[in-house]
Design a protein around this ligand. Structure first.
Ligand code: GRF
Length: 195
C-alpha cells in the first residue's frame, strides 16, 4: 500500500492535527503526515508535531503584507518541497485565494465546527446556542474558493443540551471533529484497486 503524503495546515493548538497524526500511526492507515505548516510562528501544534518527528514549516503571512498570492506561493513551495499529495486544513485561520485552492482541487479538505451549510464562518457554537438549535456538529468538506462551501465528505452530529455553554457545546463538537477528520482523510486517501 502506498501511503498518501499529507500536509496539515494549522494556526493554533492543533488538536485536530494531533488526531490525524494519531490515526496515521495505524499500519493500515492510507496516509502519512509528512508536513505540518503554520502561518503563525510558534503555534502550539508545531512543537507537538516536531515532537512526533514530523517535518514542520512556518510561513508567516505577516511577512507578505496584503499580497495573499505571495504568501500562497511560499506555502505552495513548501508543499512541493515535501512532495505533498493531500492538504488538510485544521484550524488554519487564513482565507485562501483561488490561486492556491485551484491547484489543490479535490485534494484539499477542511474541518468546520458546524453542520454545514449551517453556520459558515466564525463563532459557530455561539450562534447555534443563540438560535436555540437542537442539533449541532462538525463537517469535513473539500475546499473550494468560497469559504466553508465545498462538497461535504463527512459530518458528525451532537445534541445541544439544556444548560450548554459555548465551552460545553464546543467540547462535545471537538470530540466529534477528532473522530470524523481521520475517517474523512482515510476515505479520500484510499485508492481502490481492482487487482
Ligand atoms: C476546530 O474547531 C476546527 O473545526 C476549526 O478550528 C478549530 C481548530 O482547533 N476550523 P484545533 O487547532 O484543531 O484544536
Amino acid at each position: 500500500m502506498s501511503r498518501k503524503r499529507v500536509a496539515i495546515l494549522i494556526s493554533g493548538r492543533g488538536s485536530n492535527m494531533a488526531a490525524l497524526i494519531a490515526a496515521a500511526k495505524a499500519a493500515d492507515y492510507p496516509a502519512e503526515i509528512a508536513l505540518v505548516l503554520s502561518n503563525v510562528p510558534g503555534a502550539g501544534g508545531l512543537a507537538a508535531a516536531a515532537a512526533e518527528g514530523i517535518a514542520t514549516a512556518t510561513v508567516d503571512h505577516k511577512l507578505y503584507g496584503r499580497d495573499r498570492e505571495a504568501f500562497e506561493r511560499a506555502v505552495q513551495a513548501e508543499l512541493e518541497t515535501h512532495a505533498i499529495e493531500i492538504v488538510c486544513l485544521a484550524g488554519f485561520m487564513r482565507i485562501l485565494t483561488p490561486w492556491l485552492v485551484s491547484r489543490w482541487q479535490d485534494r484539499m479538505i477542511n474541518i468546520h465546527p458546524a453542520l454545514l451549510p449551517a453556520y459558515k464562518g466564525l463563532d459557530t457554537h455561539e450562534r447555534a446556542l443563540a438560535d436555540g438549535a437542537a442539533r449541532h456538529g462538525a463537517t469535513v468538506h473539500f475546499v473550494v474558493p468560497e469559504m466553508d462551501a465545498g462538497p461535504i465528505i463527512l459530518q458528525g452530529e451532537v445534541p445541544v443540551l439544556p444548560g450548554d455553554t459555548t465551552e460545553t457545546l464546543g467540547k462535545r463538537v471537538l470530540e466529534v471533529e477528532h473522530r470524523i477528520y481521520p475517517e474523512a482523510l482515510r476515505m479520500i486517501a484510499t485508492e481502490y484497486r481492482l487487482s
